[in-house]
Design a protein around this ligand. Sequence first.
Ligand code: MN
Length: 715
Amino acid sequence: MRTCKELIDQLSKKRSDFDRALIEKAYEYAKDAHSSQIRASGEPYFSHPVEVTWILAKMGMDTASIITGLLHDTVEDTDVTLDRIKTLFGEEVASLVDGVTKLSRLELQSDKTKQAENFRKLVLAMSGDIRVLLVKLADRLHNMRTIEFKSSEEKRKKTARETMDIYAPLAERIGMQELKDELQDLSFAQLNPDARDSIISRLEFLKTQESDPVQSVVEEIKKLLKKEGVNAKVFGREKLPYSIWAKMQKKNISFEQLSDIIAFRIKVDTIPECYQVLGIIHSNYLVLPNRFKDYISTPKPNGYRSLHTAVIGPSRHRIEIQIRTHEMHAIAELGVAAHWQYKQNLMSDGKQYRWLRGLLDIIERASGPEEFMEHTKMEMFQDQVFCFTPKGDLISLPRGATPVDFAYAVHSAVGDKCSGAKVNGKMRPLRARLENGDQVDIITSENHKPSPTWERFVVTGKARTRIRSFIRSQQREQYTGLGKSILTKAFRKESADFSEKKLSDVLRSFKVSTVEDLYASIGEGLTSPIEVVHSVFPELKEKIRHQEPLDDGEQKRIAKINKAKPGEKVSLLGLIPGMAVHYAGCCHPLPGDDIVGIVSTGRGITIHVSDCDQLADFEDEPDRWIDVDWQEANDPGRKFVVRLFVVLANQPGSLGALSVMVAKQEGNIINLKITNRSFDFFDLLLDIEVTSVKHLENVVAYLQTSTLINEVRRI
Ligand code: MN
């Protein structure tokens, strides 16, 4: 097992600013905490955190990360507490250890590959501080290096799968190429040992064919660049079996050529030298078509920069060459961990590293690397939340998302029928904001329909689009029914025969293609019903010209007749409130009330109680009156708002008593306003939700039984 001195020696190769005494203290403390534990390999358990820390020391991480590496398993596996760590090593270390512990508990419950991307994001979001992720990756790397000691093949495969799907791509995303390659290859050895073995034996065979072709290529390129006066370092590195395998899969080729197994690299000091080297290579060797990539002017999303090209090089070997600066190389291999060595350039070159954009703000404000790491949050995922379905599927949503967004993300049909939600086992309102890691159970019911009020709080485009299109189709249905009703009435009023056959002859003059469209257009108020009648029977138009206009009294009489006539009833069943049909705010109609509908151009109809005072305004426009009635099949769950005037005793607890009484009768208070306050009484306006007149009567009667309530009446 490595000693603390070895760790510190390794770390001092990378940096000079670290707290030696505190690291020594953590080493002894963790060693003690793990003292009774043995690894599957037979080694003391403590060798694991030491190796994890070794990996972190090689990256040149800061003191807090090094200590976190040593302590990372103590909270989960020993009786050490976070409080204790906080006391001994400070808040920063405690919060890092806490983060790593939480990540270790996180387990993907379902093994669907499509979940992997969301799971990665969850890991990133939960990491909070990027150092948590770096320690976790080091932990995973060491576990993979020692995976052969795991008992069952099944467990080894599961861990390898998770590493391949989750952790290797995470390493890649934060730019840690070297770590990613090793994680992938170690997983590959578990997941497909046969393929890996055959690649290895093929590599061995190729090497026997020629005496060190790699070195001869390197030497020739070196000579060439020296002749041109460029100061460059040239390397040839064998790719790991998994990288070769991935390439073979992707390009569907077998490997016969060096270009498939060796990555040649030329490292120089400056960017202009990169292009100079490229020019030299291209003018001396035959360039393979379509292989040149300029990731310097257009970096990969994870910040990777290099020039890539492929040529038929020395001894007619097809070779692939990467050209980059030393700094680009360090960043390509170490990613985010490289920022210590190249912090200055990362800052000035910031826009090149798109993945760092969110972090750069902090770097620019921070005074030193310590502060940078301390304040670094994984901002790129701070705008998302990740929630589980009851089956363990992971759903990614924008921050601020609600159970309705979640329901639509699961499936449109689930969204449409969503009637309630349990979050972590508790009923929550549909407008509640979801948090990372919430488990959401959507309750659906067959005859439930999207509510237009949802549109006000959903944040995903999918939910909004579905709700809108649902409302539109409902609206159209309503406009069509309404338009037909208005039109038949208009025909009747003119004593003209109504027939759809005749209507289809005049469709063109109203610029619609079906009778349905014509109805909808009338219902929406875009087309005048009288004009339709006159278009079908032009002679009626003539007649009207010779008729005396109706006097005032006559018009009112017609209005009365229209109101009284049974006529066509517009079904209120399943109507969407607030859209094609409005319930008047002046009189708050309830099922059971006598009602009447008023057509408003472009806005559908407004339902009033039939003795509402506002109706006087429409007495002169009989065409706008529509007979409506409540259908007995009215959705029993549908709630209506009604306004009550209450006079309540001014004494402690009376408001509480009032709301308890309303609740006992299953009324829901949605608004309350004190309009007058005297020594002994309050006057209140109380808006409550009820399902019908009958329900309201129950509430009012119950309130009147209280001695605290002086008066209750509906307004
Ligand atoms: Mn561990």
